[in-house]
Design a protein around this ligand. Structure first.
Ligand code: DLL
Length: 439
């Protein structure tokens, strides 16, 4: 029996379905999904073009014959043109966090909302949540799927929810302390900010009641996990999802924490080369593509996430049989190219966290003052590390320079900035500002 840091409790026996039974279930559900998608004009045409109908689905492998869906398809069908049910059957609408223009909406039937809560309950339970816990939710409540998605999952487990939502961090610290929350739910960058504000209030890690954290909604690194765990004195778990596919609950970590189990009885996952759209070898990084299997209101076929990650099909000691996805190492579209080199913000973060004295708050600014790209990385240094000793500051600066070069292969201009000077966000942290004019 594997050695886990706490009891490996399984919420739903379907999480451990033997592969053959799982694939059989996927096949039946895929057929049903294609039938449902046929009620959406966009998919009816796309399926006809691809020459596929529900009756021709023989195995889950047939997913490869289905047409792809991209975010622009949802935009083109704004606001709710992709519905597969009459409007009267809609129980909830959410939206994806678009930074520009109109959001894209996603909809749920009553049963979809129920299914979703069950999926969230699964990963929360696998990451230590128990009915007796108090959970502090610092995700935004609104169109974003984070707040309500986690909220309903926590209720399903039977734990107590504190729907704190984002913002007013000193008050968040007070609520966590006074209400005795054992579990924190938010983005990883906001968890660090909560830790920082707690420290400013003179609290050391052990002084908050927190024991577990469930973080997601944005990419983060293993180094950042260590940092969060140290600063808050907790075990931190990763969970992944996106509104178009359902929201949080697509995949989550188990006590073994060697990747996130994709909830394959509800979603088919493929890992494809983003250029050729052919499958990559297991263990290689590719773009994740999801097909929903149980959603009623908005069935989604082969949704191209742009998220880059690898799949691991080896058995997991926890007994869950869903394939595991590794951390998202970047998006095929937030990757930036500097002087011909592809760079992911997560690489810069990894480099920074290797250097003692830096805080995991940073901003990458890209410009092209002449004909060459320039990258400035603004890095906060930890309170107490700011020194009047010129020599010490130069040494720190050089160390960061070297690490960034070693990880990314390019030179960036490093600017050390005062603790607290980079803007904090209660939601997803903004890491890159690209001021270059399109070529
Ligand atoms: O962020 C859903 C969510 C909320 C997941 C709360 C987990 C927790 P969207 O706003 O549609 O939905 O953004 C989805 O966020 O394509 C990824 O690029 C990124 N993302 C989400 N979770 C993770 C994660 C929600 N654990 C987009 N690691 C996705 C890395 C993540 N990236």
């Amino acid at each position: 029996m594997a050695d886990f840091p706490f009891e490996n409790r399984i919420w739903d026996p379907d999480e451990t379905l033997p592969r053959a039974a799982l694939q059989q279930l996927q096949r039946t559900r895929l057929e049903e999904t294609v039938r449902r998608a046929g009620r959406v004009p966009f998919y009816r045409e796309a399926l006809a073009r691809a020459g596929v109908d529900a009756g021709s689905i023989r195995s889950v492998e047939d997913v490869r014959r289905l047409p792809f869906t991209v975010k622009d398809d949802l935009r083109a069908n704004y606001p709710l043109g992709m519905l597969a049910v009459p409007r009267a059957e809609i129980a909830r609408v959410h939206g994806s966090s678009g930074t520009t223009g109109k959001p894209t909406f996603v909809a749920y039937t009553r049963r979809d909302v129920e299914t979703w809560a069950g999926l969230v309950a699964r990963f929360l339970t696998s990451g230590g949540l128990r009915p007796e816990h108090v959970v502090h939710v610092a995700f935004g409540y609104g169109l974003f799927t984070g707040g309500f998605g986690l909220h309903y999952g926590i209720e399903r487990v039977g734990a107590a929810v504190v729907p704190a939502a984002g913002g007013n961090t000193p008050r968040q610290v007070m609520l966590i302390r006074d209400l005795g929350a054992e579990v924190l739910v938010c983005t990883p960058s906001y968890a660090l900010h909560i830790a920082e504000v707690a420290r400013e209030q003179g609290l050391s890690p052990g002084e908050l009641p927190l024991r577990f954290g469930h973080f997601g909604g944005e990419p983060w690194t293993e180094e950042m996990r260590v940092e969060i765990e140290l600063q808050l004195g907790i075990l931190a778990f990763n969970n992944y999802g996106l509104s178009e596919v359902i929201g949080p609950g697509v995949a989550g970590e188990c006590p073994a924490r060697g990747g996130m189990h994709v909830q394959e009885d509800h979603f088919v996952v493929e890992c494809l080369d983003p250029v050729t759209l052919e499958p990559v070898a297991d263990g290689d990084v590719g773009e994740l593509v999801f097909t929903s299997l149980t959603k009623e209101a908005l069935p989604i076929l082969r949704y191209r996430t742009r998220d880059l990650a690898a799949l691991d099909r080896s058995p997991c000691p926890c007994g869950r049989t869903g394939v595991r996805m590794g951390r998202v190492v970047g998006r095929s579209d937030d990757m930036f190219i500097v002087r011909g080199v592809n760079v992911f913000p997560s690489q810069v973060e990894e480099a920074l966290l290797r250097v003692e004295g830096t805080a995991p708050h940073y901003l990458i600014e890209i410009s092209r003052p002449g004909s060459l790209d320039e990258v400035v990385v603004k890095v906060e240094i930890r309170p107490g590390e700011f020194s009047d000793e010129m020599r010490q500051m130069i040494a720190l600066h050089e160390r960061i320079d070297r690490e960034i070069h070693a990880v990314t292969g390019i030179r960036m201009r490093v600017e050390l900035v005062a603790p607290g000077s980079i803007e904090r966000s209660a939601g997803k942290a903004k890491r890159v500002v690209d001021n270059r004019k399109p070529a």
